[in-house]
Design a protein around this ligand. Structure first.
Ligand code: SF4
Ligand code: SF4
Length: 437
């Protein structure tokens, strides 16, 4: 195991609350129906390839796009398409979604068979066909990430197992339960990318995961496990790259610009499993937790399963629910309906009662500077907040809100409870609108 050399600036010391870390993953039953959105990734939405009344099988492609930055979607169940409807998602976007009533048989589609390939091109096409997107929550299509342009050589692959958000333990459980697949996936990607260095970054609050991966990595050249400092947002790509390699990704640039590709540990593991079985991305391990959940658990869930069914599987709620988040408490997205489905990139579902969601009244900024100190991107959130509220576009541009990674560290440390992240999102929208004029 290698020791951490660099420590990123700022961030926040958030409580870990990894309540489900020691709980083995439970497999959830097949729901009565699934709702499979045609957009579960960054990029172009898919068009449905099925129509109402069609029968479908497990692993069958039901939506695709001819755009490069996109990823096909598959049926996670066998059954009958009962509807194709627009579904309103958080953020106000309507997404065409295929509703399938399941038959309980889970009959596998004939296209699902082990993958063989004889070139990198064929492997990348297979990865595209698998529907894989960043499983750590980003949802970026993996075949795109693994296709760096020739003028941007990559020498380093980083496996992101930092899992710095409170509560979430789905990556941790992958390491404990499927470490062999992780190594298998790394070997496939190492060969594809021809990289010199592979690092597996794990926060130091997960000693068992560090032990497991170090034991396996010791037997393989060029793979090093890096023990990372537990500080939020250690798992954000730019912070992770700096912590492990000392390379700084400039504002507005990508990891590729400093010769690095970062892959989530579950995504890497999936590649190995997919090559062996040919089963595309139809299920996810999700951490289900929060003060309102009766039996917090890690659950393997078929994509498209309604959130209500997931919470019911975890014993339901033990108090009135005031907030449901998809993702962690720092960067997760509030859900307005329990009829919304589990998506490819869902890594956590958290439900909270009244006490945890009462954050206190917003009060005037006291110029304490804590938000500036906490910002890992060297921004001045207090001034972005000020100028966004005044719609002062010229001033806003100076404070570079577009460099914000929306990690939430500034809001977390602010004693005045300023809604800093919301105002930064507002600032970004104001700049977009001004640029479009
Ligand atoms: S300004 Fe953005 S990047 Fe900086 S702490 Fe706040 S949310 Fe994170
Ligand atoms: S942390 Fe809050 S109160 Fe302090 S300077 Fe920033 S916005 Fe103002």
């Amino acid at each position: 195991m290698a020791l951490l050399r660099n420590i990123f600036k700022g961030g926040a010391a958030v409580p870990h609350r990894k309540n489900t870390a020691q709980k083995e993953t439970l497999k959830m039953n097949v729901p009565e129906k699934v709702i499979i959105p045609m957009l579960q990734h960054i990029g172009a939405p898919c068009e449905p390839l099925v129509k109402k009344g069609d029968t479908v099988k497990v692993g069958q492609i039901i939506g695709n796009s001819d755009k490069f930055v996109s990823a096909p979607v598959h049926s996670s169940v066998s059954g009958t398409v009962t509807n194709i409807v627009p579904v309103l998602f958080p953020g106000g976007m309507q997404v065409t979604s295929v509703e399938i009533t399941t038959d309980g048989m889970q009959e596998v589609h004939e296209s699902v068979k082990p993958i063989s390939y004889s070139s990198n091109k064929e492997l990348l096409e297979a990865i595209r066909q698998s529907g894989l997107v960043g499983l750590g929550g980003a949802g970026f299509p993996t075949h795109v990430k693994l296709s760096p342009p020739p003028d941007k050589p990559v020498d380093t692959l980083i496996i992101n197992a930092a899992e710095c958000e409170p509560y979430i333990t789905s990556d941790y459980r992958e390491i404990i339960e499927n470490s062999g697949n992780i190594i298998g996936g790394i070997n496939i990607l190492k060969e594809l990318l021809k990289v010199k260095n592979v690092y597996i970054g794990i926060e130091d609050n997960k000693p068992e995961a560090i032990k497991v991966m170090t034991h396996l990595a010791e037997k393989i050249d060029d793979i090093k496990v890096i023990k990372l400092r537990s500080r939020y947002p250690q798992g954000a790509e730019k912070m992770l790259i700096y912590s492990i390699t000392g390379r700084k990704v400039p504002p507005g640039k990508l990891p590729l610009d400093v010769g690095v590709i970062v892959m989530n540990v579950n995504s890497v593991s999936f590649v190995s499993e997919y090559i062996k079985t040919g089963m595309p991305l139809i299920k996810k391990r999700v951490t289900v937790d929060g003060s309102a959940v009766k039996n917090p658990s890690n659950v393997e869930i078929l994509i498209g399963t309604p959130l209500k069914d997931v919470f019911d599987f975890c014993g339901g709620f033990n108090s009135e629910v005031h907030k449901v988040l998809m993702g962690g408490p720092m960067m997760g997205i509030a859900q307005h309906s329990l009829n919304l489905p589990v998506m490819k990139y869902t890594n956590a579902l958290l439900a909270f009662g009244k006490e945890e969601t009462e954050t206190g009244e917003e009060s005037p900024c006291i110029r304490c500077g804590r938000c500036v100190y906490a910002c890992p991107m060297n921004l001045m959130p207090l001034y972005i907040n000020l100028h966004a509220l005044k719609e002062n576009i010229d001033e806003l541009e100076k404070y570079k809100p577009n460099d914000c990674i929306e990690c939430g560290s500034c809001s977390y440390v602010c004693p005045a409870k300023r809604h800093l992240v919301q105002s930064i999102r507002l600032a970004k929208a104001q700049l977009r609108k001004a640029a479009a004029k």
